[in-house]
Write a protein that binds this ligand. Structure first.
Ligand SMILES: NC(=O)C1=CN([C@@H]2O[C@H](COP(=O)(O)OP(=O)(O)OC[C@H]3O[C@@H](n4cnc5c(N)ncnc54)[C@H](O)[C@@H]3O)[C@@H](O)[C@H]2O)C=CC1
Ligand SMILES: O=C(O)C(=O)COP(=O)(O)O
Length: 410
């Protein structure tokens, strides 16, 4: 039977992991949600299952793995807030099948990533990581050999989305030639141009920067073969996802000297928190500039993300609005006035809508407003009724076969 959720705000439990910004807690409090458990790290699966068992909302960043097993053990969960861009850490199929809405912050940290990549481009073209490491060991490598200006060099961007396209504009501003490869035809900004294959991009670029999401099609998209196709002395930058690059092949390409350097922000396996050890085949390679997944970690980005995602969760909780959800049909809902609002999330299969409408006609319940939106998998119906009928309607609605979640808002 689908879980019934209709609670006073102080009974709504919110679990926030991975040290999301204080702005999220403040926003939630300003909307009346104070029952928040706050952890600075992600949790391993078993501990997560324990914590999430009672949670109505969970907030995570890129590290917490919300697997099907975890979600199936979260009977009260209404929505997930990814306080970041990527949603690959969530089993979206499972979330959708379970009627759990997922939200993220698609833009708030994009500028931070693009700025970091510009900085790294310049540092890598000058061989700074290696020179810096030598200085720390008492060495002194004062030499122009292998050091270049960014001006006039070719930057190849793989994935020309929110980050890739901003990077394109910034790179042109320092005099770089920009080419990009994307699976979708994109409007090139400035003088950038789209190339038709990744091989073409790899063959032409002095610096290659990856800005694709983690998808089955992007996993290991840069392996030994692709690294081989890069120009000798080229530089690889990855601030997308660790699984996009074959890290062992990259270590080999750096050790052989085929690549001049790499700046890597994301790794196939990352520590859960700041107290855990970072293990990687790239450790100890001086011309690898390694950063602990901080592409989007600026005060500005984190504060904005905190507000943005907390706002989406609070609004979904308050009135059922799903605008910009990554897996739910999008509905922007007006206030409900004095009515009680029933939210019915169901499998998108034939017959459910008529079963829903039957509940109201058979029980002579007047509907004051009704909203419906579907996507391939889900149907989302919102029905406003007089307060006196909501308990009866809820009871009947949640027993309709195919119901995933049903709750009432007072
Ligand atoms: N290091 C960090 O802290 C951060 C990392 N990220 C990562 O960066 C990724 C990209 O972010 P956005 O630019 O905002 O995403 P986006 O969705 O705006 O752009 C991604 C682009 O990649 C393209 N793409 C997809 N598959 C491709 C393929 N096989 N080959 C070439 N292009 C392909 C898409 O068509 C799209 O244009 C995020 O998904 C996230 O994983 C995002 C923010 C911070
Ligand atoms: O926004 C993203 O996708 C990121 O990778 C940033 O992740 P984070 O919030 O820093 O764990």
């Amino acid at each position: 039977m689908a879980p019934q959720i209709s609670l006073q705000k102080d009974k709504i439990r919110i679990l926030l992991l991975e040290g999301v910004h204080q702005s999220a807690i403040d926003l939630l409090a300003s909307r009346g949600y104070t029952n928040v458990e706050y952890l600075k790290t992600s949790l391993p699966e078993e501990q997560l299952i324990e914590k999430i068992a009672d949670a109505h909302f969970v907030g995570i960043r890129s590290r917490t793995q919300l697997t099907r097993k975890v979600l199936e053990n979260a009977p009260k969960l209404i929505a997930i807030g990814c306080f970041c861009i990527g949603t690959n850490q969530v089993d979206l199929k499972a979330a959708t099948e379970l009627g759990i809405a997922v939200f993220n912050a698609p833009y708030s940290n994009t500028r931070s990533v693009a700025e970091l990549i510009i900085a790294e481009t310049i540092l890598m073209l000058r061989g700074i990581p290696e020179k810096n490491a030598l200085c720390h060991r008492g060495g002194w490598l004062k030499s122009a050999s292998g050091s270049y200006e960014a001006r006039g060099k070719t930057l190849g961007i793989i994935g020309y989305g929110a980050i890739g396209s901003q990077l394109s504009v910034m790179a042109e501003a320092i005099g770089m030639r920009v080419i990009f490869f994307d699976v979708v035809t994109k409007l090139p900004l400035g003088n950038a141009s789209q190339v038709h294959s990744m091989d073409e991009l790899l063959a032409q670029s002095d610096v290659v920067s990856l800005h694709v999401p983690e998808l089955p099609s992007t996993k290991m998209m840069i392996g030994g073969e692709q690294l081989e196709k890069m120009k000798p002395g080229a530089i690889l930058l990855n601030a997308s996802r660790g699984t996009v690059v074959d890290i062992d092949a990259l270590a080999a390409a750096l050790k052989s000297g085929h690549l001049a350097g790499a700046a890597i922000d994301v790794f196939p396996v990352e520590p859960r928190g700041n107290d855990d050890e970072f293990v990687s085949p790239l450790r100890g390679i001086d011309n690898a500039l390694l950063t602990p997944h901080i592409g989007g970690s600026t005060m500005e980005a984190q504060e904005n993300i905190g507000v943005e995602v907390a706002e989406k969760l609070a609004t979904y909780s308050d009135n059922g609005t799903t605008t910009s959800s990554v897996n739910f049909p999008e509905v922007a809902l007006p206030g409900q006035g004095g009515a009680h609002r029933l939210l019915h999330i169901h499998k998108n299969v034939p017959g459910i809508l008529s079963a829903i409408n039957q509940v109201f006609s058979e029980n002579a319940i007047n509907i004051s407003a009704q909203f419906l939106q579907t996507n391939e998998t889900l149907g989302y119906v919102v029905i406003d009724v007089d307060a006196e009928y909501s308990d009866l309607a809820l009871e009947k609605l949640k027993n309709i076969p195919g119901t995933l979640r049903c709750r009432v808002l007072f």
